[in-house]
Write a protein that binds this ligand. Sequence first.
Ligand code: SF4
Length: 367
Amino acid sequence: MIPYVDEFRDGELARMLAKKIAAEIDPAGTYRFMEFCGGHTHSIARYGLADLLPSGVELIHGPGCPVCVLPVSRVDDAISLSKHAIVASYADMMRVPGSNSVSLIQAKAAGADIRMVYSASDALEIAKKNPHREVVFFAIGFETTTPPTALVAKQAKAMKLGNFSIFCNHVLTPPALSGILDSPGAPLQGIIGPSHVSAVIGLQPYARVAEKYRIPMVIAGFEPLDVMQSVHMLVRQTNRGEARVENEYTRAVTPEGNIKAQALMEEVFELRESFEWRGLGQLLKSARRFRKEYSEIDAEVRFSIRIRQVSDHKACECGAILRGLKRPHECRVFGTACTPDNPLGACMVSSEGACAAHYSFGRYRTT
Ligand code: SF4
């Protein structure tokens, strides 16, 4: 038995929670809850949680999949960088289609030196072993992967490695939540908040969102009982007309978060005025860039990257899916022209992507 995992996958307890939820919902009420994070989307699809819940409770997928929210232009830029440097990237990012459906892995197959890494430290190692070549780490992700990038940036700066830089695409969760809640569409009654991100940033940043939009939020772990329990907590808040931030994931998330990681991010990065998100468009102060003191390892400065706007594949509905306006099977190429083996859009690549999660667990397969 794996502690803190197996006991959160108990089917009997999940069914018991489902009964409690069913008993407490108001038949005339609306309970549309968005799970922000792709990890929750994965868990919901894998364990069939939506099928356990009563019909009055609807779970809507959100934009919290790191590779899904990155716009096409940033993928194109990383591919362009490979003309000047070794580009190191996380595995999930390798298959995300850029313009004309060309991904990093396809560029690699065509001869570019693009390497898959497990961490920013791996990319730094490549730079140390290749002192005569430029090496760029393609940094992506929410507040979970930002501190390790900051740490490696500090190490690289201290080492005065002349050949290492970072293409920074780190984004922030709270502005994305605001972007969702500001966008048109059927109103949400609650948010299942991210787990790993919250272990870093704590609960405080969500309080402003809950207060401004009068919406309940529950920070939840990724295991199936975590998700069921958080739905129960959201149902209770909805019934009482509350809009509070609650913490279901107390075994990992503290109210203040990881203060050291927050200080590290603050030391190395500042907020961009605006950043383009796939599906959500430009969001103010929603992403990080290097502070001036780190410009020598900022790939945008070193390679004079000019950010452009590039459209998604015409058939792809990732934008609407990331905003919670459509479901994966409502895309007309879901499971036919677009599959995990041949993704047309970013949501079909990572296991955290809504389309990949639905397809992989066979819940909405069309073939
Ligand atoms: S099925 Fe493919 S093309 Fe359609 S929305 Fe999902 S990722 Fe995009």
